[in-house]
Write a protein that binds this ligand. Structure first.
Ligand code: NI
Length: 187
């Protein structure tokens, strides 16, 4: 199971809609997912989409650490052909980071409550609801399948920043910036 190189912003693969997976239970999909898991762990991410490792297929993996979700962990989830439906008209802005946009962070509006459905590796359909950070991660990862990176969703580009600059400025003011696994400041 190799760690795969992660495509960065500007790469063609990150700009296009990924293809639907025809057979979610195919061995090639399981093999891709194994490589994606190893790559995500190596990169200390909480999510990864297949286009980020150069594969234009609608496959996403993610997990939500307990401390980011009211002490309720969302275990590692493999989503094939995921679909998102907003359950609210409300969006909230929070900092996000992305393994394909290293060192940077910015505030992104996302639906605060969603229903999402997907096919799992055994070919079964799964439907879940999510809010807050869980909903944010799912929306961020699924955007990768449509060729969208988080800066394209930002409303206020002045919040786009280098994480180390935010941290240095906070320290200079006697504060600390706590960042999540991928480097996004936690407010
Ligand atoms: Ni990302």
């Amino acid at each position: 199971m190799p760690v795969l190189p992660i495509s960065r912003m500007g790469a063609d693969i990150l700009k296009h809609r990924a293809d639907d997976v025809v057979d979610a239970a195919a061995p090639a999909v399981a093999s891709l997912v194994n490589d994606m898991i190893e790559t995500m762990i190596d990169a200390k991410g909480v999510g990864l989409a297949a286009p980020q490792v150069g594969v234009g297929q609608r496959v996403v993996i993610f997990f939500v650490p307990a401390e980011r979700n009211g002490s309720v962990e969302v275990p590692l989830t493999v989503m094939i052909n995921p679909v998102i439906e907003p359950l609210t008209g409300v969006q909230a802005e929070q900092f996000e980071a992305c393994l394909s946009v290293p060192s940077l962070t910015g505030k992104v509006p996302r639906w605060t409550k969603i229903r999402y459905s997907f096919t799992d590796l055994s070919g079964q359909k799964v439907v879940r609801e999510a809010d807050d950070f869980h909903a944010r991660v799912v929306q961020h990862e699924c955007d990768h399948l449509d060729g969208v990176l988080y800066p394209q969703r930002m409303k206020d580009m002045r919040t786009l920043a280098f994480v180390d600059v935010l941290q240095a400025e906070a320290i200079a003011k006697g504060k600390a910036v706590k960042v999540d696994e991928e480097g996004a400041p936690i407010e």
